[in-house]
Each structure stands twice: as structure tokens, then as C-alpha cells.
Design a protein around this ligand. Structure first.
Ligand code: ADP
Ligand code: ADP
Ligand code: MG
Length: 650
């Protein structure tokens, strides 16, 4: 076993790798950018090396600097985590060239699977079923159009270098093909520097089922399947293992195909073979097709760890340090069922807009695995993935594990940023999902109900009133006996754009009457527990300066209003298009004087690894363009101004 390793990553996965390393007695070296100086992964490591400015291209993607850091600190191996350099064969070559070990597959195995088209050819040869389609060299648009016709609509256009759902377009009919091809190629070029695409048959009622494989360079085993069908824009939201409805026959067929794929390329370490499955007639051993292989540890690996009892990072370290496979296929088995939910800082009702913020309060439930790269007080910055944590539950049955997840989400408390917690929780309560009726379109079909912003009930609002009035903590006993005058005190606060008034009467040191517009509640504090109308709740009140967060099933954030300050509240006029978050202006589509209609794309902002179109809020004429392509802008920066409505009328 190694004595010291360097982790070429940040956040949640860097922390995850360090936990296992520490348990195995392996010392750890972190690398960090300027934005991560105080980050959790830096605090956790035995040593840490600064590698550059916040931008990934100047820090976490600087292979040479990272290798130098490993040499300097005497690390013997580098773990790449996922993302960043994890699937970069040039980096693997460079690591090995200086005599260090790469904790992952060989450069040639990564190359073999790096491009989806070449991987499909290779898998066909190895006898693994692949999605029917065109994955040849000819990139002539007319030829691709013809190929789509032969395959039959609907088809999927995919960037051969694709990943994370980018460069992919579903085309339902021939007349939409050319337009989709151009935009897929454009996106592929920007994201991967490679505009080549392949065409695939679009599988109806598709399920994404992937096989976890593990190799030692010669032989491989599989650690069963994960179902990742709950997706939004081709990105995974909740994953589970095993797959609902899986039969022993199909599992054996998929596992064997996964092992064939891994052995065909002499795979070493943890890898995932992704299959698309036709779920329209139940799961059948002849109804799955290879999509791609991810030659790294996968974000959703914890569900596999939960059901197999294997620590995949431990296996990675053991195999990379020269051991052969830690287990034989017949030693591996499934116990129970597991779910993983990805908790993000994002504004769901605003179209899942990535958010930033300092997490003033962060608490995960006990007895639940929470993989997180942030602590209370840490900041979700615009530079990296806005993931806050991954929650994993493991129960004896699927239904038990799902209920555990619902409860884990209800008891997870985050303040300081909006999150997708309520959305995840709505998913865990979805009837179809509970029955195991999953396919990749489930979220989109139910978006309206899943993405509703929860509204605080009167109990929650009563608790908020107490928090805002400084009554949520026991009063200082040294202050002596106070006379509780049952004189009602009034308070005003706001939830989103709704004003709330409450009248609070203090009846005792921990007993209050709270009168809202529509209802009155009697609230009592007993130790850490709140009782509302005599009923015990699991609510938690967290005051934050002039604001308060109340966690009661969901998290609700209330803004205190100083009565003297009310007049100064800003009133948006829809004339100015602002940057919703810090980012890079990629394109500006309009010039001064341009006539625009409500909903027109005025500019594109790149932030948080995604592109966001900025739309006109109303019909109008562009009065001023205050930015240009290439500009780095702050949140709230005015980018484009429309002529005010009166001017237009005049
Ligand atoms: P897939 O490639 O099949 O979508 P994943 O969901 O594991 O598989 O990851 C999507 C892509 O985004 C991968 O390239 C992964 O490395 C990267 N990624 C996902 N989540 C994170 C994260 N929290 N930090 C860094 N990179 C991430
Ligand atoms: P990426 O590299 O971006 O992860 P994948 O090829 O793994 O790309 O596909 C991502 C997702 O797109 C899949 O999980 C699935 O939801 C959907 N998808 C991919 N191929 C097909 C297909 N042929 N038919 C239907 N859905 C597909
Ligand atoms: Mg994929």
C-alpha cells in the first residue's frame, strides 16, 4: 500500500477519497486554488499545495503543477477523483513518466473509451450490444441526415467526445434534423473542442442502467447495477441500486457484458459501463445496449458501496498499489437497496438556475451517509460545480430505503443559499417513482408538480415570528426574573415577495401566542423542541441577523422587515436585464435601437459550467448595451437596458 497520495481534485470527492486513505493509514496531500484556500478538503488533508487562481483551467486542470506538487511532497500516487483530469490520458502518461502511480485505468484504456464512436466499434467487436445507429467517420451533414433516415426517427445526435449530457440533441422528425445538428456541433465544439457527432436510435421509455465494474488490468468483476433513470437534461438527479424490476437473468447478462467490456481494454480500477434500456415492456435480457464507458469512479458510487459493503476507493488504492482483484465474482452479493440524492445550490422554480452563497447553516441528519465538500460557513462559489452534498440511504427493501431518503431530505438543513431539497423530496414522494416506474422522462413529465416551491404553513410562519423577535432561544437566566406582560408585540416580515404580519403575546418564559392574519397558534418551547398547539414538532428555528430560517419539513427563509426601512424597498421595472449570477458574458445578440419581443434571447451568460440565456422581460427597444462578449460580470450587474415604457409611448 502507498504511504502517501495526492488527490488532484476538490470538494466532495476529494474529501471522500481522503476518508478512505486515512482509514488505511495513507497520508494525503490536497491541492487547491485561490478560491479553495479555506476549503474542507484542504483542512482534511495532511498537507496541501496551492496550485493557482480559481479558474479550473489555471488550477485543477494544470497537470504539470499537480505532478510537481506530488513530487515535492513525496506522494507516490495521484487519485484524480472525477471530472477535471480524471479521464485525461495525457495526464496519465505524464504521471507515469515521472515514476508516480495513477490511481485509475491505463492511458490506453481511457483512450479506447474516450470517444463514444470508437468505443462503440470496440464494444461491437467484443460482443457487447450497442445502440443501433451511425458511428462512422463521415461527418458530412447530408450523409448524417441520410443515416438518421435509415435509423428511423426519433434519433439522438451525440457529440462523440460528449459527457455530462452536453452536445446531445433529440430529433423527432427529419425537418428538425439540420437545425439540431448545427446546434449539437456548436455545443460540442465549445465544450470539448471536437465537433464530431454520432447518430443513435432514440430508445422509447428509456431507462439508464449502468454496471459498476472493477478490474486489475487483466481480470474484471462487476458489482451489479445502478439505475440512474431519474434525470433532468440528461443529468442524473437520484440514483439507486439495484435497479427496480431487475431479473436475475438480465442482471447476469448485463454484468457479463460489463465484464467483457472491461476485460477487452485491460481495465484497471473502478469503471462504469452505461447501458440504455428499453423499459417499455419490462426488463428483458435482450433489451439493453451499450452507450459509453466512464473510466473513473462515478459520482453515484456510494449506492453500490451500500449494497455490496465494498469500499470502492479502498479497492482503487489496493489495485493501484499492485494487488490483484480484492474479490471474486462469487464473493460479491447484494444486500438491501440504496438511494443517492444530489443536493445542489440551485433555484428550482427559476429553471434550476445554479446559485451561490455562504452556507450560514448546514446540518445533515444522523444515521445518513452525507458526502460533502462544504461545512457550515463555507461558500458555494461560481467557479465550480454547485453541489452541496450527496445523501445516501440504505434499507432492507426499496420502499424502506426510499422512506429513509424522504426523511433524510426533510431533516437536512441548509441556510444561505437556495437548494433543490424540496424538489428532491417531492421526487421521493412521487407515486410512479415509489412503484419503481422509472424512465428518463419522468422528471420532465412531472416538472410542474415536482418543482413547486413549498409555501410555509401557519405553524412555520408562527415559528418565524418568534425567531425574528429574538424569542427562539431561552432567555439568559442571569438576567433574573422578568415580568411577562401579556402585551402583544407586532412584527412584520417577508417570505419571497409576500408580507406577513404577526402579533406575539408572551405568556411565560417559553410560552407564546402567535396571531397571524388567518389563525392563532399557541407555541411552546420545551428544551430544543417546539410544540405547536400542544403537538410536538421536529421544527428548528435558526435566526440569521435580521432574517430567520425555519426548518420544518422543508427549509423556509424569512426576511425581517424594519418598519422604518420599508419605503426604501427597491421596485424592479423590467427595463434592465441584469446578470442573475456572476459569470462570463459569452454573447450579446442585440445592438442599441434593436426592437425586441418578450422572451427574446438578448445575451448568453456562462456561469457554473452552464450557459444561461438572458431573455427580454417585455417587448421594447434596446436603449443601451452595457456589456460585451468576454466580459466577466458580477451578480446584479446591469447588462442591457430597454427604453422605458413612457419613452416608447412618447
Ligand atoms: P455521466 O458522465 O454519466 O453523466 P456523472 O453523473 O458521474 O456521469 O458525471 C457527469 C460529469 O460531471 C462527469 O464528467 C463528472 O466527472 C462531472 N461531475 C459531476 N459531478 C461533479 C462534481 N460534484 N464535481 C466535479 N465534477 C463533477
Ligand atoms: P454523457 O456522456 O453525456 O453522459 P450518454 O451517452 O451517457 O452521454 O447519455 C446521457 C443520457 O442521455 C442517458 O443517461 C440517457 O438518459 C440519454 N440517452 C443517451 N442515449 C440514448 C438513446 N439512444 N435513447 C434514449 N436516451 C438516451
Ligand atoms: Mg453518460
Amino acid at each position: 500500500m502507498f504511504t502517501k497520495i495526492l488527490i488532484a481534485n476538490r470538494g466532495e470527492i476529494a474529501c471522500r477519497v481522503m476518508e478512505t486513505a486515512r482509514r488505511l493509514g495513507v497520508r494525503t496531500v490536497a491541492v487547491y486554488s485561490d478560491a479553495d484556500r479555506g476549503a474542507k478538503h484542504v483542512a482534511m488533508a495532511d498537507e496541501a499545495v496551492h496550485i493557482g487562481p480559481p479558474s479550473p483551467s489555471e488550477s485543477y486542470l494544470m497537470g504539470d503543477k499537480i505532478i510537481a506538487a506530488a513530487l515535492e511532497t513525496g506522494a507516490e500516487a495521484i487519485h484524480p477523483g472525477y471530472g477535471f483530469l480524471s479521464e485525461n490520458p495525457g495526464f496519465v502518461d505524464a504521471v507515469e513518466a515521472v515514476g508516480l502511480a495513477f490511481i485509475g485505468p491505463s492511458a490506453s484504456a481511457i483512450r479506447a473509451m474516450g470517444l463514444k464512436d470508437a468505443a462503440k466499434v470496440l464494444m461491437e467487436k467484443a460482443g457487447v450490444p450497442v445502440v443501433p445507429g451511425y458511428h462512422g467517420e463521415n461527418q458530412d451533414p447530408e450523409h448524417l441526415f441520410g443515416a438518421a433516415d435509415t435509423i428511423g426517427y426519433p434519433v439522438l445526435i451525440k457529440a462523440v467526445a460528449g459527457g455530462g449530457g452536453k452536445g446531445m440533441r433529440l430529433v423527432e422528425a427529419p425537418e428538425k434534423f439540420m437545425e439540431a445538428l448545427i446546434s449539437a456541433k456548436g455545443e460540442a465544439k465549445t465544450a470539448f473542442g471536437n465537433e464530431a457527432v454520432l447518430i443513435e436510435k432514440y430508445i422509447i421509455a428509456p431507462r439508464h442502467i449502468e454496471v459498476q465494474v472493477f478490474g486489475d488490468g487483466t481480470k474484471a468483476v462487476h458489482l451489479f447495477e445502478r439505475d440512474c433513470s431519474l434525470q433532468r437534461r440528461h443529468q442524473k438527479v437520484i440514483e439507486e441500486a439495484p435497479a427496480p424490476g431487475m431479473t436475475e437473468e438480465m442482471r447476469a447478462a448485463m454484468g457479463a457484458a460489463g465484464v467483457r467490456a472491461a476485460e477487452a481494454i485491460g481495465y484497471a480500477g473502478a469503471g462504469t459501463v452505461e447501458f440504455i434500456v428499453d423499459g417499455s415492456h419490462g426488463l428483458r435480457p435482450d433489451g439493453f445496449w451499450f452507450m459509453e464507458m466512464n473510466t473513473r469512479l462515478q459520482v453515484e458510487h456510494p449506492v453500490t458501496e451500500a449494497i455490496t459493503g465494498v469500499d470502492l476507493v479502498e479497492w482503487q488504492l489496493r489495485v493501484a498499489s499492485g494487488e490483484s482483484l480484492p474479490a471474486k465474482q462469487e464473493d460479491l452479493s447484494i444486500t438491501g437497496h440504496a438511494f443517492e440524492a444530489r443536493l445542489y445550490a440551485e433555484d428550482v422554480p427559476k429553471g434550476f438556475l445554479p446559485a451561490t452563497g455562504t452556507l450560514t447553516h448546514l446540518q445533515f441528519p444522523e444515521n445518513t451517509r452525507a458526502d460533502s465538500g462544504v461545512r457550515a460557513g463555507d461558500t458555494i462559489s461560481p467557479w465550480y460545480d454547485p453541489m452541496i452534498a450527496k445523501l445516501t440511504t440504505h434499507g432492507s427493501t426499496r420502499s424502506v430505503a426510499l422512506h429513509q431518503m424522504e426523511q433524510a431530505l426533510a431533516k437536512t438543513e441548509v441556510a444561505g443559499s437556495v437548494t433543490n431539497l424540496a424538489f428532491l423530496r417531492a421526487l421521493t414522494r412521487h407515486e410512479g417513482f415509489a412503484k419503481g416506474d422509472v424512465d428518463t422522462g419522468l422528471i420532465d413529465r412531472n416538472l410542474e408538480t415536482l418543482a413547486v416551491d413549498p409555501v410555509p404553513c401557519s405553524k412555520t410562519r408562527s415559528l418565524a415570528a418568534l425567531g425574528l423577535m429574538g424569542l427562539s432561544k431561552p432567555q439568559d437566566p442571569s438576567a433574573g426574573f422578568t415580568l411577562w406582560v401579556p402585551t402583544p408585540q407586532e412584527t412584520q416580515f417577508r417570505f419571497k415577495d409576500k408580507d406577513i404580519r404577526a402579533k406575539v403575546t408572551t405568556l411565560g418564559p417559553s410560552l407564546f401566542d402567535v396571531e397571524l392574519a388567518d389563525i392563532c397558534h399557541c407555541v411552546e418551547r420545551a428544551g430544543d423542541v417546539w410544540l405547536v398547539d400542544g403537538v410536538k414538532t421536529d421544527a428548528n428555528i435558526v435566526p440569521l441577523g435580521a432574517d430567520v430560517s425555519v426548518f420544518f419539513g422543508n427549509g423556509y427563509h424569512f426576511h425581517g422587515i424594519d418598519p422604518l426601512d420599508r419605503a426604501s424597498a427597491a421596485s424592479g421595472d423590467g427595463n434592465i436585464i441584469e446578470a442573475p449570477m456572476p459569470g462570463l458574458v459569452k454573447e450579446v445578440f442585440v445592438k442599441v435601437g434593436a426592437k425586441v419581443s418578450k422572451g427574446d434571447r438578448l445575451a448568453v451568460l456562462e456561469a457554473m459550467k452552464m450557459e444561461h440565456a438572458l431573455l427580454a422581460a417585455r417587448d421594447g427597444i434596446v436603449a443601451e448595451v452595457l456589456t460585451s462578449a468576454g466580459a466577466q460580470v458580477e451578480a446584479g450587474a446591469a447588462l442591457i437596458q430597454l427604453e422605458s415604457e413612457e419613452e416608447v409611448a412618447a
